[in-house]
Design a protein around this ligand. Structure first.
Ligand SMILES: Nc1ncnc2c1ncn2[C@@H]1O[C@H](COP(=O)(O)OP(=O)(O)OP(=O)(O)O)[C@@H](O)[C@H]1O
Length: 575
């Protein structure tokens, strides 16, 4: 099969002809629409959105994106691969990607080859959850990957949301991520205000449209703190820091940031953390930090980003001290490069490129393991400690964490046939992340220790017992639980559904389900009761999910100990 480097201008017209014939033989493309509202509604109906509240939401969502060809790009590519000026002028764009379905997203990559009777095309299709074709604007990408997947309510509710922008250098990752980052800045405070008003209304038992509730803003309920980290090869630096010195080559000198796990298992690089109180402040921080990001020319893209850039927005909840800290992590990954792409680099650039590819491979292992775990596919080990990039992404990879997390991977491919070999590898990298959500377990055998097997009645009985125990310990044997269980756990609500409700949302539900007898309780006491009891459910869910893994780890540890000290049978009797 010919690689893109061996394509010649004379083959392109024939390849275009073959592609046209192939396209004509295909059924019409499915599910195309640029109506963002319609798309969001459809995604909600297909279970990608949390608003379906049926527990089927995926933890890993995969999207493909390709961009339009840029002016002169086809000729420039040809020249970059050794073609002469005269022939380059004749090179016209030939598409290497066809989008055949929007939901699920299907991209077909067309790889050129050569037989005795002329050029050929091999068509290979890849499936994701969502596809963005070349004419899709950044607003639609944001609506379908952030709004329809409820990432902002999730992180405001104490969950972890992450977007990973992956792909070949020059394929449009930065274009997508900057679009997402600026739109997050635009919407975070208004969505935060709605969430804050709902919490306030629940706590004060006020109608949501009352004047008092209308005065509440996002800043009354949340503290937003932002960091921006850059990882280049093996080095990490703070993008918020304004460099004051330059080296001999005139490059800004930046302080190296250590990335390691502390004694209690947290990975908190010492970065400048800036509190932002408005969309404008967040917007400015993003723009300033991005201007510090290192760029250098590559054979593919004159403004190529050589580094991974991680924007992290941490959200503390002032209304609900029991809620975990929400985090939104937006990652523009360094371009993945093949040897051919990096051969023009100097030694330092080559090493960086190697290091980048290594970290991307490890990231792949981690995302794939996470997707498998979410789909309940048995024992899973997530190797997030292997690399700096995955270490800072610990909040999404830690299997012991009880925070709800959702990751959207957007894999980018170039539209050009010359890049097909690389596109096939990018699509092949991301496609396996697409897994089916765990199947509803139906009438699985009831296990008191595994909430995934509980019916609505089991769930309700467990909560009734849990609240009664809590209230008895706190207020004495005769105290009554001040909750309306019909309101808190409506018919059909299962333990698995409760397990997917972020803390803040759950505590709001508990506040809304208060009965008249709750007048003797303070709102904080009610919140603590709700958070404590649901915490026990999460623990059960976590141990049930990781039971097989824990058993394997336990037997491995036992093996290690046996190896070091011998088993009781084999130990020498000291007497
Ligand atoms: N969807 C799009 N519509 C129009 N232009 C686009 C689109 N996506 C990318 N571009 C343009 O393509 C060029 C390359 O895009 P970008 O810099 O985002 O690529 P990249 O994948 O981040 O590259 P690198 O890894 O080298 O940084 C830029 O000029 C950008 O403006």
């Amino acid at each position: 099969m010919a690689s893109s480097a061996t394509l010649t201008t004379t083959q392109l017209p024939r390849l275009r002809e073959i592609l046209e014939q192939w396209r004509e033989s295909q059924p019409p493309a499915k599910g195309f629409s640029s109506d963002v509202d319609q798309l969001a509604a459809r995604l909600a109906a297909t279970g990608l959105s949390d608003s379906s509240a049926d527990g089927s939401t995926k933890d890993v969502i995969v999207a493909f994106r390709t961009r339009p060809p840029l002016p002169n790009e086809a000729a420039d590519k040809f020249k970059a691969e050794g073609g002469n000026e005269e022939d380059a002028a004749k090179v016209e764009f030939c598409s290497g990607i066809t989008v055949t379905s929007n939901e699920p997203g299907i991209f077909v990559a067309h790889t050129p080859g050569m037989k005795w009777n002329g050029p050929t095309l091999a068509h290979k299709s890849f499936e994701a959850d969502i596809a963005f074709g070349p004419d899709v604007a950044n607003e639609e990408v944001y609506q379908r990957s952030v709004v329809a997947t409820d990432l902002l309510p999730l992180v405001l509710g104490g969950g972890v949301g992450c977007i990973l922008s992956y792909g070949q250098t020059g394929s449009g990752k930065t274009y997508t991520m900057e679009g997402v980052e600026h739109r997050v800045a635009r919407d975070l405070f208004s969505v935060g205000t709605s969430v804050a008003r709902r919490s306030y209304a629940s706590e004060k038992r006020l109608p949501i449209d009352s004047e008092e509730v209308g005065k509440i803003t996002a800043n009354d309920a949340f503290v937003f703190e932002v960091t921006f980290l850059e990882i280049l090869g093996n080095n990490a630096v703070d993008l918020v820091e304004v460099p004051t010195e330059v080296d001999a080559q005139g490059n800004p000198v930046r302080k190296q940031i250590a990335i390691r796990e502390d004694k209690v298992g947290n990975v908190n690089p010492q970065l400048i953390s800036t509190e932002v109180k408005s969309s404008e402040e967040l917007e400015k921080l993003i723009t300033d930090s991005l201007s510090h990001r290192r760029v250098s020319a590559t054979a593919r893209n004159a403004q190529s980003s050589r580094s991974h850039a991680l924007l992290n927005i941490r959200i503390k909840n002032k209304f609900n001290p029991y809620a975990s800290e929400g985090q939104l992590i937006l990652v523009d990954l360094a371009g993945s490069e093949r040897y051919e792409d990096s051969k023009a680099h100097d030694k330092q650039r080559m090493d960086e490129s190697k290091e980048n590819n290594k970290s991307l491979m490890n990231l792949k292992e981690c995302v794939r393991a996470k997707a498998k775990m979410a789909a309940d596919e048995g024992f899973v080990h997530i190797p997030w400690r292997n690399n700096k990039l995955t270490m800072v992404l610990k909040p999404i990879f830690d299997v012991e964490s009880r925070q709800i997390s959702r990751t959207v991977v957007i894999a980018h491919v170039s539209p050009h046939i010359q890049d097909c070999v690389h596109s096939v590898s990018t699509l092949g990298y991301a496609a396996p992340f697409k897994t089916s959500p765990p199947k509803p377990r139906g009438p699985a055998r009831y296990d008191a220790e595994d909430p995934r097997t509980w019916t609505h009645t089991h769930t309700r009985e467990w909560f009734v017992r849990g609240f009664e125990e809590y209230v008895r310990d706190l207020k004495g044997a005769d105290a009554v639980v001040p909750l309306d269980y019909d309101k808190l756990l409506p018919e059909g609500m299962l333990a698995t559904h409760v397990g997917r409700v972020p803390t803040t949302e759950w505590v709001n539900r508990v506040l809304e389900a208060r009965t008249a007898s709750a007048d003797q309780w303070t709102p904080d006491e009610i919140k603590e009761m709700g958070a404590t009891v649901v915490g026990k459910l999460w623990y059960l869910l976590l141990t049930a999910k990781t039971r097989k893994r824990n058993a394997v780890m336990k037997s491995r540890n036992a093996l290690k100990e046996d190896h070091a000290y011998g088993t009781p049978d084999t130990c020498d009797d000291p007497s």
